[in-house]
Design a protein around this ligand. Structure first.
Ligand SMILES: [Zn+2]
Length: 793
């Protein structure tokens, strides 16, 4: 939740002399890399193995991976019964990696269902590729699925001209902080920027108290520029027998020693502090003397009520995770939690009213509320659902992948999981269980977020969220870490529908109907997805994949739970992201001289959301000829735009010249490349499926004839023309179709003839066509040609 991101701090300038940690390691050798990797170990997972090409030959993959443009993928490979080592040996081949890449296998995690989850980090020339990961899941020694986010780096510049000290100084300046809490080690990593550009950067952690900021800053290793900053604070929006602030009298656990009662739950390791004198330090527990105390076990002091509220709330949240998910503490190792209420140091103006969790520690901060810049008054940010929301940020940071990057879609998912489990805790305690968050927190609105109606008109406009992926209220700008508190509404609504069920029409106009599976099953699926399947840079498509894997593990593929997960993602518009692999090989490299391939659907319709490509390659002195023998795709729209189409490129990649783009049911002409390779791609959207296509390819000797006018079976004249055009046939044909298409590919004239005879001329009136360039396609039983035609008036 977030209020603070929308408000400017008064910046107080303080000075602190700084020393800088300098990392220098020899990364040129495998052992150097190994040592370097070891130094990067986190406290939860260790690197157990480094995989480099030198240690084994590249193995030919036994299955293929279909990635989205972001690099997200998920593949169920249970049926091939692969062992971990065998898939490890195929990693280079699967992702098309060369010897510049290496992998680090992290220590595996075994879950309560007996699945073993192993993550692999990716390195390019010895440098970690930040936020990219391969996750392998297995049961009984057999791999069930593999998923992750992997994107090739495309030969990035490696030039380190910036020292760690410079990077540190630039990060401090870029984040605009003066007084730092601590100095952290600096890593050199590849960071991915917009447009899929990877830059080598120094990753600098900045933690400042005045103003309160905690970030990773990525400083370009070559230029020293601040490339990106990722927030490490997960902010909240609103914003014993204990008299709590919102929930009346509740039972709490507190410490009793020598006549003094403390807000200290020794069993759960939850301590609650008065933030008035806290100095701000996330490296160690706040001083013991700041813990709230009382003379009796009956806590009724009015001023203490907000603190009592969070103490109780975190106890309930702890119990929820323990009872429902068998999770012992946010890190599952019972790390202590430090609640700090009213940490006045956070804002020199004394208006600290937000709530937030500090990444990397067990510290949760709760503001006392107050008046914001827009004149809205907030009560203390200590509601049970806010406490549970913040606690869940700590849980998320300890997921199998190491968290969800607090930026863009991964940040929105991070926020959404906090809302999901906050709601689940509300239902668990049974105190006012509903689908609203932050009820009664602000002065003139009843709540600050709704899971069941994310865009509710009862919300302040700035708190409204989308219920459809990229639908109404979706935040497309970079604001608020690229929309983390807004775009979370999509998964929130997914969760609501999954629990409760519902019907409706989403912003994309799709009608949906979801059968609810209840809070228990829905929250177990969400929890397992978060913990075991989501890579750090997860997008909505990864949440889709991971939730299905989780539902499959827990309830089976034939279950209602599995079906409802799919239906609920359809309801929120995420299904449109799913690339459906064409059956068979995605990438066909033909070394034989001829063959055929199809869209992969056999006799049936092609798949929705197909995104397939085939590369045909021959020996060096030949070129590739393509002959479409069947072709039936959805036609172009009136404006000429194509939703399902085949593209052919004169080369092996999409950056090669486009030979043509085809849709509808007219056979494309005979096509030839100019080199020894050709790329065919097939894209379909989610609506309207047709029979598809079949194409014959052959390696032929190059000729100088333009492939658009390959044969002289017909003559077209006059060209240019103003009134009519004649098509003269050199030999008899049956089932002749003549099409004239405008420059957008839209058919403007169509003539069908069951038979034409040798030397017959067919006359087509083009008087009504505006001046311009057209294509004239003639298809018969023995020909298929394309001509350029100009109408000139
Ligand atoms: Zn949050």
């Amino acid at each position: 939740m977030n209020i603070l991101s929308k408000k400017n701090y008064v910046l107080t300038v303080c000075f602190l002399s700084l020393a800088c940690y300098v990392l220098s390691q020899d990364l040129s050798s495998v052992s150097g890399l190994k040592n370097y990797l070891k130094s990067q170990e986190t406290n939860t997972q260790k690197i157990v193995k480094v995989i480099t090409k030198e240690t084994k030959e590249i193995e030919k993959p036994t299955f293929s991976i279909n990635k989205t443009s972001f690099g997200s993928f998920s593949k169920d490979i249970k049926h091939i019964r692969a062992k971990q080592l065998s898939v490890e040996n195929q990693l280079y081949g699967l992702f098309g990696f060369d010897k510049n890449y290496s992998f680090a296998q992290m220590s595996p995690i075994t879950d309560e269902l007996g699945f073993v989850h192993t993550n692999y980090l990716i390195y390019y020339k010895g440098y970690l590729v930040d936020d990219q990961m391969i996750m392998i899941h297995q049961k009984d020694g057999i791999i069930t699925s593999i998923n992750g986010v992997v994107k090739s780096l495309n030969d990035p510049l490696i030039n380190i001209a910036v020292s760690d000290q410079q990077a540190f100084d630039n990060a401090r300046e870029g984040i605009a902080v003066e007084q730092l809490v601590d100095i952290f080690p600096i890593e050199t990593v590849f960071v991915r920027l917009d447009g899929d550009v990877f830059r080598l950067a120094k990753k600098v952690k900045i933690f400042s108290i005045q103003p309160l900021k905690k970030y990773y800053a990525y400083i370009d290793a070559h230029t020293g520029k601040l490339l990106r900053k990722i927030s490490l604070m997960y902010c909240s929006d609103v914003e014993g027998q204990a008299h709590t602030y919102y929930n009346g009298m509740q039972l709490i656990t507190c410490d009793h020693d020598d006549g003094v009662y403390k807000l200290k739950d020794n069993a759960r390791k939850i301590m609650t502090y008065n933030g008035a004198n806290w100095k701000g330090n996330d490296k160690e527990a706040p001083p013991e003397n700041l813990i709230y105390t009382n003379a009796t076990a009956n806590w009724v002091d009015e001023d203490m009520r907000p603190a009592l509220q969070v103490h109780w709330g975190i106890e309930k949240t702890y119990d929820y995770y323990l009872k429902v998910h068998q999770r012992n503490g946010y890190d599952n190792k019972q790390a202590p939690v430090y609640n700090i209420y009213n940490p006045v140091i956070m804002d020199i103006t004394g208006k600290m009213f937000n709530a937030s969790a500090l990444s990397g520690s067990g510290i949760l901060l709760y503001g006392r509320g107050g008046l914001d810049a827009n004149g809205v008054t907030y009560k203390p940010l200590v509601l049970l659902d806010i406490a549970a929301h913040e606690y869940t940020h700590l849980v998320t940071s300890r997921s199998n992948a190491g968290g969800l990057t607090y930026f863009s879609e991964s940040g929105a998912l991070n926020e959404s999981f906090s809302d999901i489990f906050a709601t689940a805790v509300d239902f668990y305690t049974g105190i006012n269980p509903n689908w609203l968050l932050g009820e009664g927190i602000i002065s003139d609105r009843p709540f600050i977020r709704s899971m069941s109606d994310p865009g509710s008109e009862q919300l302040l406009v700035s708190y409204r969220q989308p219920d459809t992926y990229k639908g109404k209220y979706w935040e497309f700008t970079g604001k608020d870490n690229a929309g983390v508190h807004t775009n979370s509404g999509v998964q929130n609504y997914w969760f609501y529908l999954l629990c409760q069920g519902g019907t409706g029409t989403n912003d994309k106009g799709d009608n949906y109907s979801v059968t609810g599976i209840g809070m228990d099953a829905a929250s177990k699926i969400a929890y397992r997805n978060l913990m075991m399947y989501l890579p750090m840079s997860a997008q909505y498509i990864d949440a889709y994949y991971g939730s299905l894997s989780a539902a499959k593990d827990l309830y089976g593929e034939g279950s209602q739970q599995y079906k409802s997960v799919i239906d609920a993602w359809y309801a929120v518009g995420v299904d449109s992201l799913i690339p459906t692999p064409c059956k068979g090989e995605k990438r066909l490299v033909a070394i034989e001289t001829a063959g055929t391939f199809t869209d992969g659907s056999g006799d049936g319709m092609y798949k929705k959301n197909s995104n397939c490509s085939w590369v045909i390659k021959s020996v060096a002195d030949k070129i590739i000829q393509l002959e479409f023998v069947n072709f039936e795709l959805e036609g172009a729209d009136n404006d000429g735009s194509m939703s399902d189409y085949v593209s052919v490129y004169d080369g092996a990649t999409e950056s090669a010249p486009l030979i043509g783009k085809y849709c509808g049911n007219i056979l494309p002409p005979l096509l030839k490349s100019t080199k020894n390779e050709i790329l065919v791609t097939f894209i379909s959207d989610k609506s309207v499926q047709k029979q598809g296509f079949e194409v014959r390819y052959s390696a032929v000797v190059p000729t100088s004839i333009n492939n658009l006018n390959l044969d002289n079976k017909i003559v077209v004249y006059p060209n240019p023309t103003s009134e009519q055009i004649f098509v003269s046939f050199k030999e008899s044909q049956s089932a002749v179709n003549i099409f004239i298409c405008d420059i957008l590919g839209k058919i403007v004239k169509e003539v069908s003839l069951s038979q034409v005879y040798t030397n017959e001329e067919v006359n087509i009136n083009v008087e009504d066509l505006p001046s311009g360039v057209y294509t004239l396609r003639v298809v018969g039983d023995k020909l298929n040609t394309l001509h350029k035609m100009i109408v000139n008036k």
